[in-house]
Every structure is written in structure tokens, then in C-alpha cells.
Design a protein around this ligand. Sequence first.
Ligand code: ATP
Length: 516
Amino acid sequence: MAQDDILKKIIAHSKEYGFIFQSSEIYDGLSAVYDYGQHGSELKNNIKRYWWDSMVKLNENIVGIDSAIFMHPTVWKASGHVGAFSDPLIDNKDSKKRYRADVLIEEYMAKIENKIQKEVDKAEKKFGDTFDEEQFKKTNPRVLANQEKIEAIRTRFVSALEKDDLAELKKIIEDLEIACPVSGSKNWTDVRQFNLMFETKLGSVSEDANSIYLRPETAQGIFVNYLNVQKSGRMKIPFGIAQIGKAFRNEIVARQFIFRMREFEQMEMQFFVRPGEEMEWFKLWKETRIKWHKALGASEKKYRFHDHDKLAHYANAATDIEFDFPMGFKEVEGIHSRTDFDLSQHQEFSGKKIQYFDPETNQSYVPYVIETSIGLDRMFLTILSNAYTEEVIEKEGGKKEERVVLKIPAELAPVKLAILPLLRKDALPEKAREILNDLKYDVNCIYEEKDSIGKRYRRQDAIGTPYCITVDHQTIEDNTVTLRNRDTMEQERIPVEKVREIVIAKTSINNLLKKG
Ligand code: ATP
């Protein structure tokens, strides 16, 4: 299936089954803003819980906070966002479509990378087990030529970004003959900087009002609370502060469903360390975070690290964890060594001393920071795109049937157990509800009695429910039910008293946490 088609199917499926709706849809929607429906919000909460517990519950030296979205406007001057939180934009004069100039160039480089990958895949098929990928990449003339091309573009690109040379960015686009994907034309405007922060007014009388911003990242709420948390929690370095919350960016291009939104949610953790030790911690957090992702069971091939070509003004090392989305490999999480930039800036702008006295070294210093920053919505999309599966199943008598199943990790599934009376009579609904009322305190259950049992199974498959139990006449006689597994579709007969234990054992978030 073409990659575009997969994304389209995921979008349609998300809407049909109550995961994600376009915001204000009855008014034709609001661009790049989405609402989470009944199953989407459950899945989102489960992802949050997995992240929060892995940070806060499992680590004695990491605590969580929940800071306000509105902050003093000087915060954003100190952090550099007022001056520099912008993207270079370019318009195509024919289609009137707007693009990020840097993304156009990055996508051009990614296309060449794909060509290299195709060569590698072809050769791997040809040579089989004896294939040595590294050797091949070092010697194949076509691969070498393409690599050289990428390197030449990258050198120019990074230098233009570092110098903020917008004219050079445009020149690169022209020299590479990059065309607008919509109009096909190369008729571009100049490149301009565009600040991504939303501005609003605080106060009831607009003339007296102060401009404030909707936060573009949650991290600053952590930095400005560093002293509060360190003192009130008597935290000793190294320690971390975690937070989950909304962030807002007036994105120039917002066309990829929940991948790039104007209102989104971040899960960020700032880890404060002794200056000079940041690289060790950077390495450790890289390893810890990739393990967290891989515990979810997607193929290893779906993840890769991508080190930044151009470091942000505050960073001395940065890498992205990229996931193979339907649109290709893209960032889902950033891990950044932010030095003492943010705390030092807040110290300077606020005039308050933000330092740590280290009892082990008898010295005071501004701590260094390693940040792990993951987009909750992008994480949601990794789960959906990895889970969406179309299967053809063989029925009795050679009949074939198609089913769409969301193979969401059972621990994150919105509903863990569906309780289905076989018929709407013979006291089966009453018995099913009795089981539901007993289990609902421990397990997120759903009760369904409408339609044939086959149709009900399909609906549960479509929302990713890992288990269904069916209550039939035998249940009334011997208190047993059939337990159906979403992935294998196998059914087994088990005593009702066992259901809780089996479902909890397979769906507890602790299973994931213990893998980390
Ligand atoms: P990109 O290069 O894709 O714009 P970024 O490097 O600006 O992302 P960061 O500032 O590092 O992103 O933000 C941390 C994380 O927040 C990202 O890894 C991503 O998962 C998430 N994120 C950032 N912008 C958005 C957005 N517009 N919509 C959804 N998630 C986002």
C-alpha cells in the first residue's frame, strides 16, 4: 500500500472509531488542531501514564510538576524564544502554498538517502547472507556519488542556517531546482523568518494589557521552578523534573495530521547535572529513552537516531529519536544537552541567584541540563501507524473475510476487555453485567450486546481491545466464559474467577515498565 494511502486510512479509521476528530468539525474544522475522542483520550492517557511512571515512579531522583501555560513575558525573552524561535518560510508564487525552506531542503536530501537505501536493499537481496552493507556503501560508485551529493548540500545548508543567511537558503532551493509539490513550479518568494509563538493579551482592558505568549514548550515552566522544587524537595544533583502539558506553535506548514499541530502536548524531563558530566548523562538518557520506545514491541528497524546538523543556540549535543511513520522517518523525541543556558539566562533576567551548592565538591554552580522532550501526539501516531493492520482471514468452507485490527500494545489499549453476552435473552445480559460490575474497578471494560458476535469482535478489533469474553448458556451452568485473543483470534474456555488475573497480567503498564 502506498504510504499516503496508509496515512489516509489511519485518519479515516481514527475518526470512524472515536480516536481523533478534526477540531470544530461542524464549522469545517480548524487547521492543524485536533480533538481526541472516547478511545483516543484513553489511549493518550495510557501513553502519558507509561511515560510518567517510567520517569517519576521508577526514579527516586525524578519528580513531576504541572506548571501554568501562561508565564511572565520575560521568560520568553530570557529563553531566547522572542528573538529566535522562528522558522524560515518561503511561498510558491503560483500555488500560493507556504513551506519551511529548511524542510524543503531536508526532504530533498532525504530523497537522495532513499535512493541509497534502494541500492542497498537491491544488493542485499542479490547477495543474501554474504552481504556486507558497510563495505557496499564504501565501494559502490552510485552510492558514493549520492553520498557526496548529500554531503555537499549539507555543508552549504548548515552554513546558511548557522549564519542565518536567508538569501543563501533560497539560492540552495533554486540551485537544487526544488519545485513546489502542488504547482510543480520553481517560482519562489524570498525566504523570511516567522516567529512561531502565539501572542495574546493579559488583563480585561486591552489598552493596559500586557502581551503574553502561549508557551511553545513546557520546559521553561520547569526551569523557572528549578529553585522551588530543589529546595522544597531537598533534591540533590543529579535530579530531574518531569512535566506533561500543552504547548502551542503557529506552525507554518501543518499538513500531516497529528504529526504537526498548532496545539499539542509534550512530555518533557529536564535532568540537572554537574557541569562537565553532561555528556555521560546525555549518553545514558539516549539509551534509556530508546529502550522505552522499543519496549512497545515495534520492529527495531522502525527507530533510528538522527544527530542534529545544526545545534540550537542553547545546546552542545542533540539527537532525535526518529520513527518510521507512514510519511517516512521523522522525529518523535528530542534529547538535548542544553548546557547551563536556560538557568543562567533566567538568573540574569530575573536577578535571582539560581545555583546549586554541591556538598560533595564544596562548590556552587549553575547546573547543566539534559532534556528529553517527546511529543505526546506524535507518540500517539507512532502507536496508531504501527498498530493499523489489514488482515485476510480464512473462514470455514474456504470463505475469506477481511478484518482491520489495531494491534496496539495491550498495556496501552484504550479498552482492555469487552464483555459480550452471546444473546440478548436467557439471563445472559444479566450475567454479563454482573461480571462487568465486578471487574470494572480493576480493568477498563466495555459491555456490548448489539449485533452478531462476529460483528462485535470486529468492532473490538478495530479499536484494539486485546480481550473479549463471551457469556453463553454454559456460563450460567458452570460459571465459565470464552476468552478471545485479539491477535491470534484463539478462544479458550476459562472460569470467570480467572478473568481478572489473566487480563491484568497481560495489560498492566508494569509489563512495559519492567522491560525498560
Ligand atoms: P520539528 O523539527 O519537527 O518542528 P522540533 O525539533 O521543533 O520539531 P522540539 O522543539 O524538539 O521539536 O520539540 C520536542 C518534541 O515536541 C518533538 O520531538 C515533537 O515530538 C513534539 N513537537 C514539536 N512540535 C510539534 C508540533 N507542531 N506538533 C506535534 N508535536 C510537536
